[in-house]
Design a protein around this ligand. Structure first.
Ligand code: NAD
Length: 467
């Protein structure tokens, strides 16, 4: 089936399409338009044209329009979940595509309810000073392949809520659900408010062209560190505002007083949610030597019962790795980990793009599976003897997205948490993001935050009115 891009409220008649492959079967999940620079220009022009009347509306009218978008997402949750599974590979079931759509709907609703009222900074005989938040113009959204609809919603909703218009460009690996999402939300929005362009990234790179485009005022990007850095460089030419959510290599520290059995399930899902293809997944686990073996045993006991298979089958709880390059990366890191480590579970690539949940003990900082972002179903476990040493190891990374501390003593865990140099730290869980809490990386993991009021203000400029 050929999916259609939407520009200026109308379907685009594309000259060429590219195949999107279902990673569970290798079959074609659908075809996406292979658009070029002229299409991007048309999308940016449509969004700029729509911006004039969209941004001039009252705050109540913007909020009502966002509520209508939220209702559309709810209405089409089941349909979009199926497209996500077909192109991304994650199961319909468990923490898969239905769960992703539940999150997309929740985030859309929460963001709709937020507002940024005028702040009065001064009001006295000397005068009145008001701080207003103004929309920027056209927001360019560039998304990755791991949570295609949820991340699209994270970008689109705050942009709309604050009076901006949008051009979104999904990953070439998972463009279909975004094409359909934009088609659906265009049913309740004026033409040109949300536009979508897709391309194969072979030849023309639409993301690179967006970050250099003079008609775009801000880029919101979720993806790898290397791409985020390229965007930052080229955005300087036009002084774009940037929100960059990039890679992570999150550490978890298990303190000696943790209960191995009680934490096993949380550790597993912290690491293996979406098959480990999650920015803020647990990617290295430091366990105190006194309970190291017990934690390994409990984690393996939990993990070995998780069914892996085609995501369209209700029995599957984890699916395949999304694409060949990612599969090869995970295979390389696991093969290398066997040199110094001991494989406790999994370890051998399966058929096609399937890779079983893999747990490797005996590794340390400096081993590639510990130092690199594996972004897949392979967790290294590192034994430590002293908490100071564990904190040092956890912080020994250019990334700073998330981290976690596992303990029966919440206050002791919080003290350790405060010393981890990441944007979020969880106690006795990992990666549990929520729409009311700002989320973002420090160090090389990004710039700015998403979610909550702090995330919303990133879609605005300040204007101060003195009277
Ligand atoms: P990627 O950087 O390869 O691609 C992301 C997007 O950027 C795609 O749409 C791609 O087409 C586009 N792109 C490619 N080249 C570009 C260029 N030169 N300029 C502008 N855009 C360009 O990332 P990916 O492989 O799709 O996603 C995996 C990465 O994303 C992982 O590192 C993961 O940690 C990260 N991620 C981060 C978060 C977060 O919130 N911090 C969330 C999800 C994923």
């Amino acid at each position: 089936m050929d999916y259609k891009a939407t520009i200026g409220g109308k379907p685009v008649q594309a000259q060429a399409h590219f195949s999107v492959i279902n990673p569970a079967t290798g079959a074609e999940a659908g075809r996406a338009p292979d658009l070029g620079l002229a299409d991007l220009d048309a999308a940016v022009a449509a969004a700029n044209e729509a911006f004039m009347s969209w941004s001039a509306q009252s705050d109540e009218a913007l909020q009502a329009a966002c509520a209508a978008v939220t209702a559309k997402i709810e209405e089409h949750q089941a349909e979009l979940a199926e497209i996500i599974t077909l192109e991304q590979g994650k199961p319909m079931n468990g923490l898969g595509s239905r769960w992703e759509m539940g999150g997309a709907h929740a985030w859309a609703g929460y963001t709709t309810a937020l507002s940024l009222p005028v702040k009065v900074l001064q009001d006295n005989e000397q005068g009145r000073v008001e701080l207003h938040r103004k929309p920027l113009g056209v927001v360019g959204s560039i998304t990755p392949w791991n949570f295609p609809v949820m991340i699209a919603i994270w970008h689109i909703m705050p942009a709309l809520r604050t009076g901006n218009t949008v051009v979104i460009k999904p990953s070439p690996f998972t463009p279909l659900s975004t094409l359909r999402l934009v088609e659906i939300i265009n049913e309740v929005l004026p033409a040109g408010v949300v536009n979508v362009v897709t391309g194969s990234d072979k030849g023309v790179n639409l993301g690179a062209a967006m970050s250099d485009h003079p008609g775009i005022r801000k880029i919101v990007f979720t993806g790898s560190c290397a791409t985020g850095q390229k965007i930052m460089r080229s955005a300087a030419n036009t002084m774009k505002r940037l929100t960059l959510e990039m890679g992570g290599n999150d550490a978890g520290i298990v303190l000696p007083d943790a209960d191995p059995k009680a934490i096993a399930e949380g550790l597993f899902w912290g690491a293996f949610i979406n098959n480990g293809q999650t920015c803020a997944a647990l990617k290295r686990l430091y366990v105190h030597e006194s309970i190291h073996d017990a934690v390994c045993d409990e984690l393996v006991a939990y993990a070995k019962n998780i069914p892996v298979g085609n995501g369209m089958e209700e029995t599957s709880i984890l699916g395949p790795i999304q694409n060949r390059a990612q599969f090869d990366k995970v295979s390389r890191l696991v093969a290398d980990a066997k040199r110094n480590g001991k494989v406790l579970l999994g370890g051998e690539p399966g058929e096609g793009l399937f890779f079983p949940p893999t747990i490797v003990a005996g590794l340390k900082n400096g081993d590639p599976l510990v130092d690199e972002e594996q972004f897949g179903p392979a967790l290294p476990i590192i034994r430590y003897s002293d908490v100071e040493e564990a904190i040092r190891f956890a912080n020994d990374s250019p990334n700073g997205l998330g981290g976690s501390v596992w303990s029966s003593d919440i206050e002791a865990a919080k003290t350790v948490a405060s010393r981890i140099t990441t944007g979020s730290v969880w106690i006795n869980k990992h990666g549990a993001i929520q729409p009311n809490a700002p989320f973002g990386g420090v160090k090389s993991s990004g710039l700015g935050v998403e979610f909550g009021e702090e995330g919303l203000v990133e879609y605005t400029d300040i204007q101060v009115i003195f009277s």
